[in-house]
Design a protein around this ligand. Structure first.
Ligand code: SME
Length: 163
């Protein structure tokens, strides 16, 4: 049985390092995409403060389709290049949006969301798996430490699938 840790951390970086260790343990020995995506979403959503959505949009070869997540029901399909998720998928670069109201084309699935970070998930062969999307009801919730931390967590997620 996996138990969520409740600990206090000296820094955000330390928290992300511990979260990466927990993710590695949670996903070890399992390669099923839906199982790992569901557990990864639950781990992150229940471990980090001030989040209202954390989950996956998976690329079906044409567009992004919502996958396992935690939070309120969300938009189902997002075209590449549209919104924060579609931009991350198309550019293959993490999108760190401090104020979603200032992002041209932001797709508001939940009106409570004020800031957002989206990491593209690219397979070893260069193909796009999808994106990892995390929303917050707090403006400027995410900073460069979150970018580095979320990218490291996504690397753990991708490594487990390929193991
Ligand atoms: N805000 C995202 C859409 C997905 S929801 O945040 C869950 C976007 O602009 O792509």
């Amino acid at each position: 049985m996996f138990e969520l840790k409740s600990a206090t951390y000296a820094s955000k970086r330390e928290h992300y390092e511990d979260l990466a260790r927990q993710a590695r343990g949670l996903l070890a020995g399992e390669r099923d995409l839906v199982a790992n995506a569901a557990n990864f979403s639950a781990l992150v959503f229940h471990s980090l403060p001030e989040l209202n959505w954390a989950g996956f949009y998976l690329y079906d070869g044409n567009e992004l389709v919502v996958g396992p997540f935690q939070g309120k029901p969300a938009c189902i399909r997002i075209a590449l290049g549209r919104g924060v998720c579609g931009t991350a998928a198309q550019t293959r670069q993490t999108q760190l949006v401090r104020d979603v109201n200032a992002f041209d084309g932001h797709i508001a699935c939940d009106a409570a969301s004020q800031s957002e970070i989206v990491v593209p998930l690219v397979k070893a062969d260069g193909g796009l798996l999808g994106v990892w999307d995390v929303d917050s009801p707090v403006t400027a919730r995410f900073d460069e430490d979150d970018r580095a931390g979320m990218e490291a967590l996504c690397a753990v997620f991708m490594a487990a699938l390929a193991s």
